[in-house]
Design a protein around this ligand. Structure first.
Ligand code: SF4
Length: 602
């Protein structure tokens, strides 16, 4: 029994073979109460836009050519799939012209580079640094998903920026939008088969799930002189995985080891936990349905940890990943984007039904997960032996922002290091950098250059600073409610003083901050999560852990920024006095619970 062609068309499947879907027996749909055939979903505006966009082309060609500083809303929505967000600088909005009149919205674009596993050559890194000076706001940002972001690129410069990134053999395609985004993988460059297998899989998955549309090439790359946008030869191609409507929502993947969950596996739509035997990855635990974002005005939205679904062997992992993505493609909510992520589908169906559907799409049953689970996390900061006689060095970049400010000249320091030594690099999920393949004889000189530019080594930073991250939020993120990246350093400064007084500089306490509940910096799983709720006020989550295996609970709402550290000090003091063994601050908070913590605070 086959899925009906009418239904396939409704779900955007007509552009590719329906072999996988045609395997799905109707009895399963009836048995599991999948959406009945008669129930025509009312597609959201974005779904209709994607479907009618000629594979993400839309009106972008015309709009790139015009003189307006912004894109229309529809074009801006499609633009995300090409790796760019239209933004306006909220600080600049307040600026006034010569007559004292407010300037209003000052548009620019954020340009995100998709970098599977965070692997970047010195030449690519230097090119992005050049671009941030030439076409952006003079800073380069490392994202919480191992990518780069340029901020402040004017619409008229967007093609040049995207072309320049592609010239270095990186891409912005599918860095954002309703597709599989950057595939994260543990960035540690240890020269062992296991670490190389994880990196190789991130590249393979990124390639496998790359949109096939030619729109990206036609819009941004075709004219080698970069002057004309010519889409006259555009022809739709088969999108074998995504179909005409792409996915219902963004999709995120990550790969890591149980003992080092640096990519936060449980926050991914699809987390792949490597299972190692005899020095080689033999398979993966498939975790599905993680996701951080929630919408404050919509009670039905929530952050979720991924569920342990199955164990797959290394040679099955790409095909099973495809099955997971296709189940989300075909059954994810396309009426209401607020509940369109995979986590809502699994919450709706339950794990057994979801797993059964993945098995149907894959074509055979899958065993239960391997008993291994997350046991640790590393930030990879400091000096390490790679295993091939060379060294690597992880350098903490506060909130991922590469810039020169006062005596801290990270941008210049990195330029000097990359130009002088030409080493490969990796971007980490905690928004930092690893310099790879360093000859031991160069260690002293690299340390000297870092010190000369005010860059601190691992031993000069508390663990609370090393494990803190923040999303960009103000002034450019359109969803931000309040400050994040610009607020967290001051909070960490205060916390540093507090933990030093308590003698806890070497306690691994993770603080993640975001300017809204969308959760880009994964704020619901660390020991301390700070989520923007109103201007200058935050919801404080406690009880997660650095390993990212537990959701925190709301300890206090609407905490003013200046009260965050005073709120935490009594709890940290209690933790120091009453912790059990090696439990983390988050473990302590989870064990004690809200009432006991409030009693400590009182
Ligand atoms: Fe913007 Fe919110 Fe994401 Fe921060 S968490 S970058 S404020 S959408």
């Amino acid at each position: 029994m086959l899925i009906s062609s009418r239904r396939s068309k409704r779900r955007g499947l007509k552009a590719f073979p329906r072999s996988a879907c045609s395997l799905i027996p109707v009895f399963l749909r009836v048995f599991w109460n999948c959406k009945p055939m008669s129930e025509e979903p009312k597609l959201s505006k974005v779904e209709l836009l994607k479907e009618s966009s000629h594979q993400l082309l839309g009106t972008l060609a015309e709009e790139i050519r015009n003189d307006k500083p912004e894109f229309t809303d529809d074009a801006a929505t499609l633009l995300k799939h090409h790796g760019s967000y239209l933004q306006d600088d909220r600080d600049a909005r307040k600026a006034k012209d010569a007559d004292g009149k407010k300037l209003g919205k000052q548009y620019s674009c954020m340009v995100r580079t998709r970098i599977p596993g965070g692997r970047v050559t010195a030449a690519q890194f230097l090119a992005e640094l050049d671009l941030c000076d030439k076409l952006a706001n003079g800073t380069l940002r490392i994202t919480s998903r191992q990518g780069f972001q340029l901020h402040g690129v004017l619409k008229g410069d967007l093609r040049e920026a995207i072309r320049a990134i592609n010239d270095t053999l990186l891409t912005t395609l599918a860095a954002c939008g309703d597709v599989n985004r950057n595939v994260m993988a543990c960035p540690a460059p240890f020269k062992t088969k296991v670490y190389e297998q994880m990196q190789a899989l991130s590249q393979e998955l990124a390639e496998h799930f790359k949109p096939r549309t030619r729109a990206y090439y036609e819009l941004w790359l075709k004219d080698e002189h970069g002057e004309e946008v010519d889409t006259s030869e555009f022809k739709p191609v088969e999108e074998p995985i995504y179909g005409a409507r792409y996915l219902p929502r963004k999709f995120k993947m990550g790969i890591a080891l149980p003992e080092d969950n640096c990519v936060d596996l449980y926050t991914q739509d699809l987390g792949l936990m490597a299972i190692v035997e005899n020095g080689s990855i033999v398979g993966y635990n498939v975790l599905a349905g993680g996701g951080m974002g929630r919408t404050p005005s919509a009670e039905k939205t929530f952050p979720a940890l991924a569920h342990r679904i199955a164990y797959v062997t290394a040679d099955q992992v790409v095909a099973v990943s495809e099955a997971v993505v296709k189940v989300q493609r075909d059954f994810g909510n396309r009426e209401d984007r607020k509940v369109a992520r995979l986590k809502y589908l699994i919450a709706d169906w339950g794990v057994p039904k979801f797993k059964a559907m993945v098995e149907q799409y894959y074509g055979k049953g899958l065993p239960d997960p391997h008993p291994a689970d997350v046991t640790g996390v590393e930030d990879h900061i400091g000096w390490y032996e790679q295993g091939d006689g060379k060294l690597f060095l992880g350098i903490n970049i506060e909130n991922g922002r590469i810039k020169d400010e006062g005596s801290l000249r990270i941008k210049t320091g990195l330029r000097v290091l990359l130009q002088r030594f030409g080493m490969n690099t990796r971007l980490t999920p905690l928004q930092s950098i690893i310099l790879c393949d360093i000859e031991p004889k160069d260690k002293a000189e690299i340390n000297r250059i870092m010190a000369e530019h005010g860059m601190k080594g691992a031993d000069e930073l508390s663990l609370i600073r090393r494990y803190s991250i923040a999303c960009p939020a103000f002034p450019t993120c359109g969803l931000s409610i309040t400050e994040s990246e610009r607020a967290l350093p001051g909070i960490i400064d205060e916390l540093d003083v507090a933990v030093a007084r308590l003698g806890m500089q070497s306690d691994k306490i993770a603080v993640h901050m975001t300017g809204c509940p969308n959760g880009c910096a994964r704020p619901y799983t660390p020991d301390i999560g700070l989520v923007g709720k109103a201007v200058g006020k935050y919801t404080m989550f406690l009880g997660g852990n650095p390993e990212g295996t537990r959701l925190g609970f709301i300890y206090k709402d609407m905490v003013p920024a200046e009260d965050i550290v005073p709120t935490l000090i009594p709890l940290l003091t209690a933790y120091k006095a009453d912790r059990k063994g090696t439990e983390s601050f988050g473990d302590f908070c989870a064990r004690k619970g809200q009432g006991a913590l409030e009693a400590y605070a009182a």
